[in-house]
Design a protein around this ligand. Structure first.
Ligand code: KG4
Ligand code: ZN
Length: 368
């Protein structure tokens, strides 16, 4: 049977940032894909003392954990390598040492077991997740919003992505993490800031909504961090410290600014996407920041306003994982896009090559 129609079982490896992940996904084209296992070994503790991901520590941890994760994923799927048809691995973008660790491990597995190898773009993994979870048809609009990514993509095919815009500096998750740090809250900052914000007054601090005055879908979050720092210092200099109420108001005002920015830029991205009259319009989100209740609700309202279905995959598949890499590898393999032993690691790898390259670097390495 040919590769487009037969049932395939793919082993996926992900190590582009601070999660070592391995998963097994099986797909019979006549049925919904099945995630047979999805193992994620995080590294939060290893980096906690440094206030960000340290690339060399991350790469070493990946080298140590990859083999164990492969064994765990196979055993959870009740398989051996003999039951695998394809090895898929994140080949970029990301921290080069981590990506290299995964690529080398995948090459070893593919060569040892005589299996085809597919190098997957990490962002394509995120962007194709709604097809894994919900069987969504092309074209759909996607917002990737995490600690390392922030961009709008029209996903036109498994290898065709149109980037409508994205951050020109930091990713929103990074801004949440920085906010938490400035206010003495726990890391990762997103959930901590969201919890504080619940009791706060979002109207107390007038934080900027950068780039709303400019057309298009580009966004900026670095000014927001500076504004928060200034507001905090102002309160501290007036009162000699921050009260619980000050902290809650700062968090609520910050979160409202991110929410408004993402909602308005989503409205514009949706307008551009809906212009082409897609048959079953879908607006999907992925990334850790999509876990934020206030932001998620605002994005859902925006989708409803535009007449599109809103889709947020389960959080474990929104954040970094290897099931999305196995799935993206599956789509590539079915199209006949195979890699070989010359596969390299790419720190930068934009999905839409028609767009100019982005400069700057985020907490999690090169921006994509
Ligand atoms: O997708 P993810 O797990 O990893 C990558 O960045 O690739 O996203 C993690 C980011 C962190 O910056 C974290 O603070 C943020 O997502 N995050 C949140 C929330 N939960 C996680 N941001 C805002 N609100 C949340 N509830
Ligand atoms: Zn990611």
């Amino acid at each position: 049977m040919d590769r487009a129609t037969r049932t395939l079982t793919v082993l996926g490896l992900e190590s582009s940032c601070d999660d070592t992940a391995v998963a097994v996904v099986r797909h019979d084209p006549g049925a919904a894909p099945e995630i047979l296992s999805s193992v994620v070994a995080g590294q939060t503790q290893l980096h906690a003392a440094f206030g960000g991901v340290v690339p060399e520590i991350a790469a070493r941890a990946h080298v140590e954990k990859l083999d164990h994760c492969v064994e765990a994923a196979l055993s959870e799927a009740k398989l051996t390598l003999a039951g695998i048809d394809v090895i898929a691995v994140t080949a970029g973008p990301g921290l080069i040492g981590g990506v290299l660790s995964g690529v080398m491990c995948a090459k070893g597995l593919a060569a040892g077991a005589g299996l085809p190898l597919i190098g997957v773009n990490h962002l394509a993994g995120h962007a194709l997740t709604p097809r894994l979870t919900d069987g969504v048809k092309f074209p759909y609009l996607m917002l990737l919003v995490s600690g390392g990514h922030c961009q709008f993509l029209i996903v036109e095919g498994s290898d065709r992505f149109r980037r409508l815009g994205g951050t020109i500096d930091d990713a929103p998750g990074e801004a949440f993490d920085k906010t938490a740090k400035l206010l003495g809250l726990d890391q990762p900052g997103g959930p901590a800031v969201e919890a504080e914000a619940r009791g706060g007054d979002e109207a107390r601090f007038a934080f900027p909504r950068p780039l709303l005055d400019r057309p298009g879908c580009d966004m900026s979050f670095s000014g927001l961090k500076t504004a928060l720092l200034r507001a905090r210092d102002q309160v501290v200099s007036e009162k000699g410290g921050l009260t619980q109420v000050d902290r809650a108001d700062l968090c609520a005002s910050f979160q409202a600014a991110v929410r408004d920015l993402l909602a308005e830029k989503s409205r514009r991205a949706l307008a551009e996407y809906m212009d082409a009259n897609p048959a079953n319009p879908v607006f999907a989100v992925a990334g850790g920041v999509a876990a934020n209740g206030a932001i998620r609700a605002a994005l859902q309202d925006t989708a409803r306003g535009a007449g599109a279905r809103f889709l947020a995959p389960p959080l474990a598949l929104c954040t970094d994982n290897a099931a999305m890499i196995a799935w993206a590898g599956m789509e590539e393999f079915r199209r006949g896009q195979l890699s070989d032993m010359t596969l390299g690691a790419r720190p930068r790898w934009p999905l839409d090559t028609t767009q100019p390259a982005l400069l700057g670097s985020g907490k999690k390495g090169a921006k994509a």
